[in-house]
Every structure is written in C-alpha cells, then in structure tokens.
Design a protein around this ligand. Structure first.
Ligand code: KG4
Ligand code: ZN
Length: 368
C-alpha cells in the first residue's frame, strides 16, 4: 500500500511516497532554512509563500523519484493537518485536498507530532529491513515547537508523561544560538560549536520540575543571557546581549554548557520514564533528536536498563513528508478519512494524560 504524503507545517516543504508505513520510495524536502536565516527566525507569511512556490516542484520531483506517473496507482494521500503555522499548513492541505478530489483517492489527516514518532518505523529505499519498534514504548519528541514524552501501549494510542511548560528544547537551542551570535537554526550550530569546546566544566542550571515529569527550558535561556553579558563585559546590553563578538573558545564553552544541561535533563527523564512504564523500546524524533550528543547519552542510559533506542537518521528527525506517510498508514488502516472540508489545526494536541485512542478523533468516510 503506497501513500503520497505531504508536509508543510513549518518551514520545510516536503512530499514523500511511502509503502506500508515503512519503506520510503521518495522523500523530497525543500528547506527554507537559508531564507529564514536572513531574519534569524521564521516569519510566517514568508514561510507560507515559500511553501506555495515549492509545493508543486517538490510534488513533481517526489513522483519522478518514486516512479509514479499516475497518481491513481497510489492508495491514498496523507497530509499534516496540525499543529503548525496556519498559513503553512494550509498550503499542504489545499494541495492534498485538491489531489484527493481530482483522483478520488482517500485523504488521511495526520498529526505532525505523531509523524515525528512514526519516523522511527521508516526504512530508506535501500536499507535492509529491520524489526519494527516493539510496544509498549516511550517516545520522546523534541522539536522546535514541542517537547514531550508519551507512552504508547499500541499504535495511535498515546499517554502524556510530561511536556515543556515553557520553551521547546529546539526553541531554546535557537534562542541561545542567537545570543551566542551563531547562525540560524541554533541547534546544529550549537552542536558544532560545543564539539570544539576545550573547557567543559561550566554548569548551567537544570530544571527538574519535581516529580511532575514536565520540562522547563526558559531558565536556561536566562542563564545563557547572563553568561553572555558577563563574558562581553560592562558595556554589554544585558537585555539583548550580542555574543557575535565573543572569542570562539568562549562561545564553544557556553554552547557546551547549554547543550550539556538540555541533554542531561532530556536523557535522565527519558531513561527514567522507560523504566517506570516497562517500555520495550524508546523512540525519539523531532529536529533536536538529530543531536548526536543527545542520541549517544540516551542510548547509553537505556543500555543500563536494557531498553533499545530507535532514532531515525538526522534527516528523518527534522520535518519531512515520509514521517507523515508512516503515521498516515496506521491512520489509514483504522479507517480515518477526511473530506474536502479538511482544515488546518494549528494547535492540534497529540496526547493527554489518559490513554486516548490516539488523536484519531474524527472518522468520516468521505473520500473526495
Ligand atoms: O522538527 P523540526 O525540524 O521542526 C519542528 O517541527 O519544530 O525541528 C527544528 C528544531 C530547530 O529548533 C533546530 O534548532 C533543532 O530542531 N535542531 C537541533 C539539531 N538539528 C535541528 N537541535 C539540536 N541539535 C541538532 N543537531
Ligand atoms: Zn516537526
């Protein structure tokens, strides 16, 4: 069963063809990173316009790479309905609705966050097949907009174990990257700078949030701002210090201390959650899961409790269409369909503290 999958929730325009929720036939991603680097962050209007510009070329390229000459040879169209930027989501949804209307193929709405989780099921075109993640599992989603831990007793069923009460981990990377004068997006830039640090003894705070299981990263940003201001000296602007004039060894040292704090909290919490719920697998997704130090630290912690970690390769941790095809397959199997009235859900939640039957809330049989 092959699905065409469309993702446009934030700043990547992506279309994929995925078979049976696992095998990638094509996964074309047009990144807007260079565009947003000019403003140091995403301007929603600019993002939406870039999606419009790239959606059809990306669709054509995905079909060409997957050898799809006639969309009728596919079984359905999956699309991200939320959460994300309203204008960006609308471009993907309009494309998907139009293709479904034109071809008569079923339209399957997908939660972007569950896409990040299901990326752990994906196989690259030539990758040897490997077993699927085993339930019950714990999933850590760490992206630019979200940071949370869920328990999954089975497909499409989620119980929230903890979430950020303020900034997402990726957002903290991006904001601290800006304070340090590093290029956008901050995550990869901080990881690269931290790797060059020779002094590794500075300690940024950790917010453990009692037993709530929640995360908080805004205090770290404040700590980083203070540290940058102190390093710049008495003439620095304490509200918006600009670390771009700092020597690279100081930037590296601060980047290392910041990353160490984020990684410590995320890894400790994830390993503890896996042990507490008796998880048989831990999966991890979202842009920050591309961070090699985080991946290594979680893998090492999980080895001590004997739980395997499944993390997609970095290119499948950041936003892409294939992950929507993976999650869409399972929604397709349970009969979830959207009609031509499908709308964007910018604040779509994935999980609550009860085990809900996933976010599959609206099952209709309208296919065109
Ligand atoms: O999942 P994603 O591509 O988009 C959202 O759905 O938000 O995540 C983007 C986020 C950005 O904040 C970016 O800085 C972060 O992921 N990121 C990283 C790394 N690569 C991307 N953070 C830390 N280390 C990385 N290597
Ligand atoms: Zn994402």
């Amino acid at each position: 069963m092959r699905l065409l999958a469309i993702e446009s929730s934030c700043d990547e325009t992506s279309v994929a063809v995925v078979e049976d929720g696992r095998r990638i036939h094509a996964n074309v991603v047009a990144s807007q990173t260079a565009l947003h680097a000019q403003t140091g962050g995403i301007v929603p209007e600019v993002a939406a316009r870039a999606h419009l510009r790239w959606m059809i070329p990306v669709l054509d390229e995905a079909c060409a790479r997957a050898g799809v000459t006639d969309l009728h040879s596919l079984d359905g169209i999956a699309v991200t309905e939320g959460p994300g930027l309203a204008g960006s989501l609308l471009v993907g949804i309009t494309m998907a609705r139009t293709l479904a209307w034109d071809t008569g193929l079923p339209l399957v709405p997908v939660n972007h966050l569950e896409g990040h989780i299901y990326a752990a099921w994906l196989l690259d075109p030539d990758e040897p097949t490997r077993p699927e993640p085993v339930f019950p599992l714990v999933a850590l989603v760490v992206s630019g907009g979200h940071t949370f831990l869920v328990e999954m007793p089975d497909h499409l069923r989620y119980r929230l174990l903890g979430q950020t009460v303020d900034d997402a981990a990726g957002e903290a990377f991006d904001k601290v990257g800006r304070l340090l004068g590093l290029p956008y997006p901050g995550g990869p830039a901080i990881m690269a700078a931290a790797a060059t640090a020779t002094r590794r003894d500075r300690r940024f705070p950790r917010a453990w949030m009692g037993d709530s299981g929640d995360f908080s990263f805004s205090g770290l940003k404040t700590a980083a701002r203070r540290a940058v201001t102190a390093a710049l000296g008495p003439d620095a602007d304490a509200t918006e210090p600009d670390g771009s004039s700092l020597p690279s060894d100081v930037v590296a040292e601060l980047a290392w201390a910041f990353q160490d704090s984020v990684v410590d909290v995320l890894a400790t919490r994830t390993v503890r959650a896996a042990a507490a719920v008796g998880a048989r697998t831990v999966v991890m997704g979202g842009g920050v899961a591309a961070n090699g130090v985080l991946r290594d630290r979680i893998a090492a912690g999980l080895r001590t409790v004997g739980v395997p970690l499944v993390v997609p390769r970095p290119g499948l941790c950041t936003d892409n269409g294939a992950m929507i095809g993976a999650a869409g397959f399972h929604r397709f199997l349970v009969g979830e369909r959207a009609g031509p009235d499908l709308e964007a859900r910018p604040s779509y939640r994935l999980a609550t503290t009860d085990i809900a039957s996933g976010s599959v809330t609206r099952i209709t049989n309208v296919t065109t």
